[in-house]
Design a protein. Structure first.
Length: 237
């Protein structure tokens, strides 16, 4: 349960046309450090909390997602990358999770000069071809947000997994007001397409908070998981 959840909500990404966001926001920010906190729920019950933190040292950026569901499960994901001319250059991605007494881990190293990506999941390692624009599950959210503020959303994005680069696509489904303990926000509702039946992932992005996801919902057959914003420190419109 928790393993699939953390993989799904770790990459909280969204989309719509750049024109839609321009109409909702009068000011556009460059990528800026921030911290956001969330309430985590499972099948409608609040079980824990999560945070997203973006920090910077020179041109080296670090994005961390951490979640904890009571004493049942915990997970941390970390993305390290550079950022030049509106484009993210992925360096590494790590994920560690614990469900009761079971531990899982994944490490991904990006090597553009050798045109390879090496991923190690638990005790199995795979090396496959690197491609221009290769992202990980965390920094993909940031790249999409930057694209929306500049040239516009791409038709698809390449996301590194443990065995290959996966093509991810998203579909806009209008706008919606979302009420959180931090406030009520006008958001763009976005659905991530899944190949497997019985799965649905929805994101709600708030242009007022520099397109931060204020709500995430994932349904996997009979189970449902969610995140809802509880706090934020960063740029606002």
């Amino acid at each position: 349960m928790a393993k699939q959840l953390f993989k799904t909500i770790g990459m909280t990404v969204g989309l719509t046309s750049a024109l839609v966001f321009t109409g909702m926001s009068s000011q556009v920010f460059a990528m800026t450090p921030f911290q956001a906190s969330y309430q985590f729920s499972y099948n409608g019950k609040n079980l824990g909390s999560a945070t997203r933190t973006l920090s910077k040292s020179g041109n080296n950026w670090t994005y961390v997602f951490a979640a904890k569901a009571a004493a049942i499960a915990s997970a941390t994901e970390t993305s390290q990358f550079t950022f030049n001319n509106g484009k993210i250059g992925s360096s590494s991605f790590t994920r560690s999770s614990k469900v009761l007494v079971h531990n899982n881990s994944m490490n991904i190293k990006f090597n553009p000069s050798a045109k390879t990506i090496t991923a190690k999941k638990d005790d199995k390692t795979h090396t496959y071809a690197w491609k221009l624009g290769a992202l990980d599950e965390l920094n993909a959210e940031l790249q999409i947000r930057e694209d929306l503020k500049s040239s516009g959303l791409k038709s698809s994005y390449l996301i590194a997994d443990n065995k290959e680069l996966e093509v991810r696509k998203f579909v806009q489904q209008g706008s919606e007001n979302i009420k959180t303990s931090y406030g009520t926000f006008n958001t763009i509702k976005v659905v991530m397409q899944h190949e497997k039946p019985g799965r649905q992932t929805i994101f709600w992005l708030a242009p007022k908070l520099d397109y931060l996801p204020v709500k995430v919902s994932h349904v996997d057959k009979k189970d449902s998981y969610g995140l809802l914003l509880t706090g934020y420190k960063g740029p606002t419109n």
